[in-house]
Design a protein around this ligand. Structure first.
Ligand code: ZN
Length: 410
């Protein structure tokens, strides 16, 4: 029997669970110790800790308390791991909890987090996705059904003090360039009651919470990378910074498009992950590793036919930008949304598809001044209708009577 090192009860408040935490700090105690070669299971809450419900009302996405995120299970100590080693992590398998065979996708209000296309979709919206074994479909987004490429959005090891201080100082410098910006340029340490510091208690907890890094961005240790291809069957090599490594993970996604453009997020879910760990002593220097590297799964959904949308670094106002792949990818996404609307989808439904389906995003060209070219690859086989252009023009199969629920700002 494989040990379940963290159990979560979805009916409970995650703040009462000592096996989870929602900040990065070197003083967060290991909740369990394992040996190299061991395998074990971690159960995880969804990234918001159950704030989003399976209903047709987006008020919970509008009102979400973002300082609570992300609820991570761990940290797991690995005996013998020392700074400079590589922690080798096999993601042996991932699944949904049987009592929770559904996930959510949302767009945050621009007033509370926003998203990649927040200027175009400024209000909170939510779609619910039901799991049919390895497939998913949504009552809010008809006409698509696809196989999940299930993965943790967030996995990594604890930082040491030096790395934590580097993160905080560089992110503060960026934040300070426009401290009033909505949404903010970076999520800074807040030390508030929403910081869950695992088994750290009392004054030690308060001191650590005040400087602990938020889990929002990806960093040198991996963290919130949101890489859809980091799926079950992957083998990851993580830099180790503290004695025991301190592996934590969460934010499971049933499926996600490249970029996780909707931010809330992919198809977010609670679930479990079966992991195996090993060590490469001194591996960081041996292989010149600064950020994690990984080998993807031998199993992926077989979607190999695409309709590909191009975007260039000219923004919505017609302004020219210099080799800006962020703007180019945004244009590719907006082009795909306009196309899907011709078949009857609302913009929100099209946006939800790009955020959740196994769409690929590519940086196609970054040298042809002044335009970067990014491409968005839309798999044709996920649609239950013909996506391709033809001489007769698009056939509308939706009439707008079904949409992604929206919650007006208060
Ligand atoms: Zn997520």
């Amino acid at each position: 029997m494989t040990d379940v090192l963290v159990k979560v009860d979805l009916a409970d408040n995650p703040h009462t669970n000592p096996g989870v935490h929602n900040r990065w700090h070197p003083d967060i105690p290991m909740i369990e110790w394992v040996k190299p070669g061991d395998d074990f299971i971690l159960e995880t809450y969804d990234w918001t800790g159950g704030q989003i419900k399976n209903n047709d009302d987006a008020a919970d996405v509008r009102d979400v308390e973002l300082p609570q995120v992300h609820y991570l299970s761990g940290p797991i100590g690995v005996k013998g791991a020392e700074p400079g080693d590589l922690l080798v992590v096999d993601i042996l398998d991932i699944g949904a909890k049987p009592e929770s065979l559904w996930g959510f996708n949302g767009f945050f209000s621009k007033q509370n987090g926003g998203g990649f296309l927040t200027e175009h979709f400024p209000l909170a919206q939510k779609s619910i996705w039901d799991f049919e074994g390895m497939f998913t479909r949504s009552r809010h987004v008809p006409g698509v059904r696809y196989a999940g490429l299930i993965h943790p959005g967030l996995i990594g090891c604890l930082p040491d003090r030096k790395m934590l201080e580097m993160w905080n100082s560089r992110e503060k410098a960026l934040f300070d360039t426009d401290p009033e910006r909505v949404p903010p340029l970076a999520a800074m340490p807040d030390g508030g009651p929403t910081a869950h510091m695992g088994q750290l208690k009392g004054e030690a907890r308060d001191a650590a919470a005040a400087e602990a890094a938020r889990t929002v961005p990806p960093r040198e240790h991996g963290g919130n990378c949101d890489i859809k291809d980091l799926s079950r069957g992957s083998k990851i090599y993580f830099p180790v910074y503290v004695e025991g490594a301190g592996l934590s993970m969460g934010d499971l996604h049933f499926s996600q498009g490249d970029g996780e453009i909707t931010f809330c997020g992919a198809i977010e879910m609670a679930g479990w992950t079966h992991l195996k760990v090993d060590l490469i002593k001194g591996g960081m220097a041996k292989y010149g590793i600064k950020n994690p590297i990984f080998r993807p799964s031998p199993i992926t959904p077989k979607y190999d036919d695409y309709l590909i949308f191009e975007g260039i670094s000219v923004d919505e106002t017609g302004t020219q930008h210099y080799l800006d792949v962020h703007i180019a990818y945004r244009q590719a996404c907006l082009n795909a949304i306009e196309y899907l609307k011709k078949f009857g989808y609302t913009g929100a439904q099209a946006y939800a598809i790009l955020g959740t389906a196994p769409v690929q995003g590519h940086i196609s060209g970054v040298v042809d001044i002044p335009n970067a070219c990014a491409t968005l690859w839309l798999p044709t086989d996920i649609f239950e209708w013909d996506l391709m252009p033809n001489k007769d023009g698009p056939t509308k199969f939706l009439d707008g009577s079904i949409d992604v629920p929206v919650a007006p700002d208060l």
